[in-house]
Design a protein. Structure first.
Length: 156
């Protein structure tokens, strides 16, 4: 999995090399773990994935992850965060969404107001964010992954 930081003029905290390095270490320590959780995925698919990340705190209200419609290995995470620990937690959560997309569990619907989860169509306006099954899945798995990351980063 490749990550690229998008630089821009307002509120760009990813210019901070320590924060970038933290993100690299999250990805390095969790890649194999992600494949244990999202078993439908193989290593080749994961290593072909490319994730662009930007600090969008001054631009939008909450963090989101979108998949490029032309290149399905390509994702954009716009991040809204208050501290580096906060950013790490969000990164882990958004990585779960990337895995959901790559494994085919989550897929674009026929319009932007729709998503498909494990073959079932969901109209986004009809279901509150915390009730969406892909959010529940990401929240649960991110919790496990975060614990694993903390344990692996404190043992080195
Ligand atoms: Zn989410």
């Amino acid at each position: 999995m490749d990550i690229v930081f998008i630089e821009h003029d307002d509120n760009d905290r990813f210019r901070d090399v320590r924060l970038r390095n933290k993100f690299y270490s999250v990805i390095n320590s969790l890649e194999s773990r992600l494949l244990v959780i999202y078993t439908e995925l193989n290593e080749g698919v994961l290593s072909a994935a490319k994730i662009s990340i930007m600090d969008a705190t001054s631009v939008i209200d909450c963090t989101c992850c979108t998949r490029n419609t032309n290149n399905k290995n390509w994702f954009l995470i716009k991040m809204v965060f208050s501290s580096s620990n906060d950013a790490v937690e969000m990164l882990i959560h958004e990585l779960c969404h990337v895995m959901q997309y790559l494994s085919g569990q989550l897929d674009a619907g026929s319009s932007v107001s729709e998503l498909t989860w494990k073959g079932e169509k969901f109209i986004l306006n009809d279901i509150e964010p915390h009730r969406r099954p892909w959010e529940r899945d990401a929240i649960l798995n991110a919790l496990t992954l975060h614990k694993y990351y903390i344990a692996s980063s404190s043992s080195t």
